[in-house]
Design a protein around this ligand. Sequence first.
Ligand code: OGA
Ligand code: MN
Length: 245
Amino acid sequence: MTDLPVTETTDSTVTSNSSLSTDVPSAQLSDQQIDLICQSLYETGWVVMEDSLSAEMVQALRTDMQQRDQNQEFFKAGIGRDKELVLRDDIRTDRICWLDGDNPVQSSFMAMLDQLMTAVNRRLFLGMNHFEAMYAIYEPGQFYKKHLDSFRGQRNRIMTLVFYLNPNWNSADGGQFLLFPEVGEQGQNVTDALQLSDAPIAKVEPEAGTVAAFLSEEFPHEVITAQATRYSIAVWFRINDGIPA
Ligand code: OGA
Ligand code: MN
């Protein structure tokens, strides 16, 4: 897999940081894209859409990830919330970094998320009022086993989005995202729900610009072992529920 060439400047003395402060690509979803997301969430609870981000935005986000990674801002991902967070190498092995909106690339991306959250709320009355976004890097050999992002009754995460940032991804690179049928009533017991030996309802290549969206409490999902370095951004739209974040 090769990176897209960087074409922003011909001045080889310019540092990579300066490309972030000027000419930040915008991350705008079209009305049609927002409609498709709302309609699909309403009808089936999930959707996969290509071309949600421009090639320039993908490249800018990857550059930001790589810089933060070099600055050692990434850490090993765990399972669970806050104090209950535990490292489980048998379940997930990626490394992550929370977005803080602290530079133009991130704020452009987060403005788009904010706009989407408002649109989805207006159409589906989900009452989501904030979101968190997380960069994730999977090296060859790394995976995230079948799991749910939110547990019934906690209602801490309502909707999950995963954006992919990998131009020219090959099937042979693995790292596909698998989405399993919604748990429905069986979601009352998470362990049972995850043990259902269902066939996936979607298998998604983590190709640049593709986004997967689904209701966090309903859809178990998994990341197959990657064979090439894999970049993604997971986003959770949340609701204030009285449970401390
Ligand atoms: C997650 C997750 C999926 C992906 O971080 O919870 O399921 O494709 N990520 O990166
Ligand atoms: Mn997940």
